[in-house]
Each structure stands twice: as C-alpha cells, then as structure tokens.
Design a protein around this ligand. Structure first.
Ligand SMILES: Cc1cc2nc3c(=O)[nH]c(=O)nc-3n(C[C@H](O)[C@H](O)[C@H](O)COP(=O)(O)OP(=O)(O)OC[C@H]3O[C@@H](n4cnc5c(N)ncnc54)[C@H](O)[C@@H]3O)c2cc1C
Length: 313
C-alpha cells in the first residue's frame, strides 16, 4: 500500500493552498494513506489547518526554532529522518518545493519525479516537458522511495472538513550549519498572491515603463486581482521578478487571466495553460495570445485599459 508523506508549505502561520493540492494528487494513488508533515517553529495552528484537509490521515509536526524559516538545507535532513515507512514523499512544484525536494531526493539517493500532472499508477506519472508542449509518462523504480513535486496548476485543492489526528514527531538529526537565514526581502502588497489568486491581471513589454504599469495595478485593484507580467516586462525593470508568469516564472491556474500587451510567446503560455478564462488585449490581431484566449480585444491598451477600469466603477 502507498504511504505518502506530503511536506506542508506555509508562511509560519498559515498553510499554503499548495499543500491541499499535493494531497489531492496523493489521493489519486490507489489505497493511498496520506500524512502531512509540518516543519515550523510553532506548528500547531498550521497543523490544525492541515488536519482539516480531506484525505489526510495524520499530521506530523516538527517544532524546532531552526524551522522558523523554510530553508531547504535545514528541512531536507529532517524530512529524510521522517520518511522511514513511507513509499512516497510529495511537495509542491512551487519555489518552496522546487528548492527543497531535490535535496530530499539526493539524500535518499533517488531521482526526483518533477511536476506530476496526473497519476497513472503508484510509480507512474504524467508530467509536461518542452514548456508544456509534450506530456510524458515517467516511471520510478518500484523498490525505491518516490520523491516528487506536484504541478499545483493541475490540481484543485482537496476539500476541508476533515479532522485528522495531529502528532508531534521526534526528529533527532544534526542540522547543517553551512546555510543560515539572514534576511527576507519581499515586496509588500495587499493584493492577492499570484500563485493562488482567482483573478490575475498581467502586463507585458507594451506597457513601456514602470509608471505605465500603474494602468495594470488600477485595473487589478478594481477586480481584486493579483499582478502578473511577461518576462520582457520583468527584464525591462517595469515590475519585480516575482510577478513573472511562464516557463521561468510562475505556473498559475486562475479562474480569470487578463493578458495586456503580451504577445503570447510559448514560454508565457506555458504558465497559463490551466487558466479558466483568458482575456487578451493586444493591438496586433495576429498576436499568438489570441489563439489561446477566450475573449480577445484588438486595440491600443492605453485606450482600452483605462476605459475598462472606469467601467468597473
Ligand atoms: C528559455 C526561455 C524562457 C522564457 N521564460 C519566459 C517566461 O517565463 N515568461 C515569459 O513571459 N516569457 C518568457 N520568455 C520570453 C518569451 O519568449 C518572450 O520574449 C516574452 O514572453 C515576450 O514578452 P511580451 O509578450 O511582453 O513582449 P513582446 O513579445 O514584445 O509583445 C508585446 C506585445 O504587445 C503588443 N502591443 C504593443 N503595443 C501595444 C499597445 N499599445 N496596445 C496593445 N498591445 C500592444 C504587441 O502587439 C505585442 O504582441 C522566455 C524565453 C526563453 C528563451
């Protein structure tokens, strides 16, 4: 029987929805028993949230001062110490999981299965390659632990309403001292987080300057949306890198994605393949973004966006 340990992603106080998506993926494996591990300085509130996720049998907490900030080098040996008896260890394909899970795989001496988008068997999974242009089936050896990241855009979060048991786990391992937390620099924003937002308004190179991006912010604020961008907009310095959507940015699956002045390069599209409704605003009616959009507005964004924003009141 598959026994799966899902590593919880959180910000120290609340659980990231990526965890419930990993649980949804794990639950697709026949007969899976799914536990969630919460590594934190004070894990109790986060663990209580994790215990509500449907399909979770147990929540294991590892309370340790060093776990106050998620550092892959610190977490990985603790995760490995917990894996005895588990056939699978899953983490999300977010920055957190992409940083952490390869270390877990390396310490366990196995290859990582990356970006699971569907489960074909306990050791066989589908994943995208070539920026999502092809899907391959990958099979992990049946006799070794499966360490995998889950493509969160491919899964709906498992529902709540559960009351799994919460247990504290004893993890006695020496932690490395070569990596330590110095400081977290992050943009302050009251807007929804790009990775989990239901609506995203995204701007591209066509905005032409950091100041003009204000048009995107105003529309996003009217809609209660997160801010996204193309890589060209990031490279030009209009917006910070954490807003970048696409192959080398974030892979997202909002209900509504509005692409403004974005051409629709394949590397951008790969980040929005699972979006519900895609609206594109572009002055070039031949722009590739219109091939994937549900609603297309052909015209100058500098006319259309202020008008749209005003219409929203
Ligand atoms: C390995 C690799 C990884 C990459 N990863 C990513 C990634 O993660 N994300 C990403 O986005 N890109 C990525 N790229 C870059 C990608 O190939 C494109 O270069 C980039 O997406 C283009 O950004 P853009 O659409 O903003 O700019 P452009 O391609 O320059 O498009 C601008 C668009 O705006 C339209 N426009 C211009 N003026 C107006 C106006 N006034 N009103 C309305 N429309 C207007 C134009 O018609 C055009 O379609 C990657 C590239 C490589 C090689």
């Amino acid at each position: 029987m598959a026994k799966i340990l899902v590593v919880a992603e959180h910000n120290g106080t609340t659980l990231n929805p990526s965890t419930a998506k990993c649980v949804a993926c794990a639950a697709q494996i026949d007969g899976a028993e799914v536990d969630v591990a919460v590594f934190a300085a004070s894990p109790s509130e986060i663990a209580a949230e994790a215990a509500q996720i449907s399909g979770v049998s147990r929540v294991l907490t590892v309370a340790r001062e060093e776990n106050g900030v998620a550092i892959a080098a610190i977490l990985a040996p603790q995760i490995v110490a917990l894996t005895s008896g588990y056939s699978h260890v899953f983490g999300p394909s977010t920055a957190f999981g992409k940083d952490l899970m390869p270390r877990v795989a390396a310490l366990l001496g196995v290859n990582q299965v990356s970006d699971i988008m569907s489960v074909e068997g306990s050791h066989r999974f589908k994943r995208p390659i070539y920026a999502g242009n092809a899907i391959v089936s990958v099979e992990a050896p049946a006799d070794s632990t499966v360490v995998a990241t889950v493509r969160t855009a491919s899964y709906q979060a498992a529902e709540g309403g559960n009351s799994a048991t919460v247990e504290s786990a004893d993890v006695e391992v020496d932690l490395p001292t070569h990596t330590r937390f110095v400081e977290l620099q992050t943009g302050q924003s009251d807007r929804p987080e790009l990775q989990v937002a239901a609506k995203v308004v995204s701007g591209g190179r066509a905005l032409g300057s950091e100041e003009n991006f204000d048009l995107i912010f105003k529309l996003a604020d009217k809609l209660g949306a997160a801010i996204g961008s193309s890589r060209a907009a990031v490279d030009a310095g209009y917006v910070p890198p954490e807003t970048q959507v696409g192959q080398t940015g974030q892979i997202i699956a909002p209900d509504l994605y509005i692409a403004i002045g974005i051409s629709g390069a394949i590397q951008h599209i790969t980040g929005i393949k699972d979006a519900g409704t895609i609206v594109a605003i572009n002055k070039d009616e031949e722009a590739p973004i219109f091939e994937v959009s549900d609603i297309g507005l052909v015209g100058d964004l500098f006319n259309i966006v202020p008008e749209l924003t005003e219409m929203l009141g």
